[in-house]
Each structure stands twice: as structure tokens, then as C-alpha cells.
Design a protein around this ligand. Structure first.
Ligand SMILES: Cc1cc2nc3c(=O)[nH]c(=O)nc-3n(C[C@H](O)[C@H](O)[C@H](O)COP(=O)(O)OP(=O)(O)OC[C@H]3O[C@@H](n4cnc5c(N)ncnc54)[C@H](O)[C@@H]3O)c2cc1C
Length: 356
């Protein structure tokens, strides 16, 4: 039987328990508060003292990926991004971009959510419209906690060089303004480039499929060891087993299809013929045949009359060369500034040349 004294003791116990819990809660809240305050102050100091400002010139895939990596590095106090196009012009860039498995895992580590990007997967590679990727990265940068000063519609000029020179602390400038950019020259790097042979011949064609209403990303297709019979063009071609065959890659979106042919540098009769005979119908037929044989199965074949006004192509095989800027990195101690050049601003293949 419970007596009154027992009731008083149990009320006292529960009061003490309540007080204890409240105390613990207060201590936890206090510790949490101290932790958050310390972290905020630490982050602020780290940013203040690191004082690295990153300036990215060009908001193409390389420029925006560089800005993203800088934003996630934890070593940057401010990012300035300069791009001459508007956001809608960037979004509307329709050519395709392919990400291989290494790029995907690298960008995933920096927060790119490929599963929420419009595009298609094939063979663990991801294909999307450049505009889709650029718009996605821009929205990530706009949301980032690091201050990112995004200056669209602004062409990099001499005035901006002076502004960068006067920035406090250490500055890293990454120029990613594509194959025709001149920003690195304005910043004091040499424009000289060397042409490096790649040990291969190639030819390139683009086919405008105006029967397709929209530009939907498509996976690439590849085939190897192709031989062409040119006897109908008066060229005698030996078909030795040892001859290296051609490789073909068909890529691009549903509206803009590209066909790239490449072969290891050699002087077989077939290669000699394709490097010397200037007969546009010969190359057009080779590209059309390659396209119809190796296109994806759901795609319509392209007839000779269809390609006539819709295909532009190299009239003969050319030597593939890599154009590489001689100077891609420099340090200027008067302004404590590093400049590096990346992407197509640093190097690109001459795959577009020879196309008419
Ligand atoms: C027609 C075509 C089809 C392609 N198809 C494919 C494909 O199917 N798959 C694939 O993987 N790749 C494809 N590519 C290649 C791909 O587009 C390039 O490799 C890629 O865009 C290079 O990126 P980048 O950032 O170095 O340069 P860019 O994309 O050229 O970006 C440079 C940026 O710098 C800006 N800029 C230039 N000068 C200045 C300045 N003075 N001030 C401010 N901003 C400036 C430009 O406006 C641009 O936004 C294709 C390219 C083309 C042209």
C-alpha cells in the first residue's frame, strides 16, 4: 500500500529528473551554439586570411567547371566570372557535350547531380546539350555560399586587366575563353602556339537534319577497321589484311550530326588516293555510306539527294594536328597574380579545318 510520504518522494524525484533533463538540454544547446559560432568565425577567418580571389574568364564548360571546383575547394574567398554572352545565349548553345566516366566521377565529387540533368546515358558515358550543363552549373554557383560575382554580357578587356591588378591579396586568373579568345594575351601571356602532329589523318563532316524538330542528345557510335573500295573512281586500291583500317565516330544531337573519320598515319594506296583525289562526290559518298551503316537503328537513312545541300565535309583527308599554346601558366609578382589557360583556349584539334 502506497503512503503519502512515498508520493512526496516520487514527485520530488520526477522534479529532479525534469531539472536534470532541462540542464542537459541547455548544456547541449550551449555546446551546439559554441560549435556553430566557432565554425562560423573559423570559416570567416579562413576565407579572410586565405584571400585567394579566383577570376574565371569564359563561361563555357571548362570555365564553369573551373568556377565550380574553385567554389568547392574551401580555399577561395571570392570568385569573379566574366562572360561576354547572356545567360539565355549560354542556355541556347545547342551543340552536344560528352562526359566520360572519369569526368563524371570527378564532377560528382564536386556536387554535379547527373541524375537530375536532361541528357542520355550510354556505356556509362553521359551526353547532354552544352546549354543544359552551363545553365545547371550557373544555378549551382548562384546558390553557393562563397561570394560569386557573375558578370554576364561583359567582354574581357584592358580595363578589366587593371581591375584585376588592383584586387587585394593573391589572385588566380583562369582563362577559358575558347579557341579564339585573346584574354591570356591581354594578361601578359604569349599567344604563340605549336602544332603537334598526332600521327593520324582525318576527315570531318556535319549533317544538318532539318527534318528533326528538336536537338535531343544522342549517344555516340563508333566503328573500326573500315576499308573503302575506290575502284569506281579510277583508283586501284589494294586490300591488304595488314592495312590499318579507318575508324568512324558519329556524334552530335538529333538535329546536328557529325561524322569523324580517322586513320593511323600511313601511305597505303587508299590513303594516298583520299589525300590526293579532289572529287567532292567521292568524300560525300564515303560519309553518307558511313552514316547510313553506323547510325543508330531508330534514325532515318540519308539519301544522296538529302545530303546534297545539308552536308558539309572535308574534301580530302588532312593531317590531324593538336594546336597547343606554348605558354599556359605565368606568375606576376608585382600583383601577386597567377594566370593559367585551360580548355580550348590552351589547345584544340584542327578537326574543323578542311570542311567546306
Ligand atoms: C559544332 C560543335 C559541335 C561539338 N560537338 C561536340 C560533341 O558532340 N561532344 C563533345 O564532347 N564536344 C563537342 N564539341 C566540343 C565542345 O563544344 C568544346 O570542346 C567545348 O565547348 C570547349 O569548352 P571551352 O570552355 O574550352 O570553350 P568554349 O565552349 O568555346 O567557351 C568559351 C567561352 O568564353 C567566352 N568568351 C570568349 N572570349 C571572351 C571574352 N573576351 N570575354 C568574355 N568571355 C569570352 C565565350 O563566349 C564562351 O562562352 C563541339 C563543338 C562544336 C563547335
Amino acid at each position: 500500500m502506497r503512503c503519502e510520504a512515498d508520493d512526496i518522494i516520487s514527485t520530488e524525484e520526477s522534479r529532479m529528473l525534469f531539472c536534470q533533463t532541462q540542464c542537459q538540454l541547455l548544456v547541449t544547446c550551449f555546446m551546439l551554439g559554441v560549435f556553430i559560432a566557432t565554425k562560423t568565425v573559423y570559416d570567416k577567418f579562413r576565407r579572410e586570411f586565405s584571400k585567394l580571389t579566383v577570376v574565371v574568364i569564359g563561361a563555357g564548360p571548362i570555365g564553369l567547371s573551373s568556377a565550380l571546383v574553385a567554389a568547392k575547394s574551401g580555399r577561395v574567398s571570392k570568385i569573379i566570372l566574366i562572360e561576354e554572352n547572356s545567360r539565355s545565349e549560354l542556355m541556347n548553345r545547342s551543340n552536344q557535350i560528352a562526359f566520360d566516366t572519369r569526368s563524371i566521377s570527378f564532377l560528382r565529387r564536386h556536387g554535379v547531380d547527373f541524375d537530375n540533368l536532361e541528357g542520355c546515358w550510354d556505356n556509362l558515358c553521359f551526353f547532354t546539350r552544352i546549354g543544359v550543363y552551363l545553365d545547371y552549373i550557373l544555378s549551382v554557383l548562384y546558390r553557393d555560399e562563397i561570394p560569386v560575382d557573375i558578370r554576364l554580357n561583359e567582354k574581357f578587356s584592358k580595363d578589366l586587366v587593371n581591375e584585376i591588378d588592383s584586387l587585394p591579396g593573391r589572385v588566380l586568373v583562369i582563362t577559358c575563353d575558347g579557341p579564339n579568345g585573346n584574354s591570356s594575351r591581354l594578361l601578359g601571356l604569349s599567344d604563340d602556339a605549336i602544332q603537334l602532329p598526332c600521327g593520324a589523318y582525318g576527315a570531318f563532316a556535319s549533317l544538318q537534319r532539318d527534318d528533326q524538330l528538336s536537338s535531343v542528345p544522342k549517344p555516340e557510335t563508333r566503328a573500326h577497321n573500315l576499308k573503302f573500295d575506290l575502284t569506281a573512281y579510277g583508283a586501284y586500291v589494294e586490300d591488304k589484311e595488314t592495312d590499318p583500317g579507318f575508324s568512324v565516330k558519329i556524334f552530335g544531337n538529333t538535329r546536328n550530326r557529325y561524322i569523324a573519320l580517322a586513320i593511323t598515319k600511313c601511305e597505303t594506296a587508299l590513303v594516298k588516293a583520299l589525300r590526293t583525289i579532289l572529287d567532292r562526290s567521292l568524300m560525300r559518298n564515303i560519309f553518307t555510306k558511313c552514316f547510313n551503316t553506323y547510325k543508330s537503328s531508330e534514325e532515318k537513312s540519308a539519301s544522296e539527294s538529302y545530303v546534297l545541300n545539308r552536308m558539309t565535309f572535308s574534301p580530302r583527308l588532312f593531317e590531324i594536328k593538336l594546336s597547343q599554346k606554348c605558354e599556359t601558366v605565368a606568375y606576376f609578382d608585382d600583383s601577386d597574380m597567377f594566370v593559367i589557360t585551360e580548355g580550348e583556349a590552351a589547345r584544340n584539334y584542327n578537326f574543323h579545318t578542311g570542311k567546306v
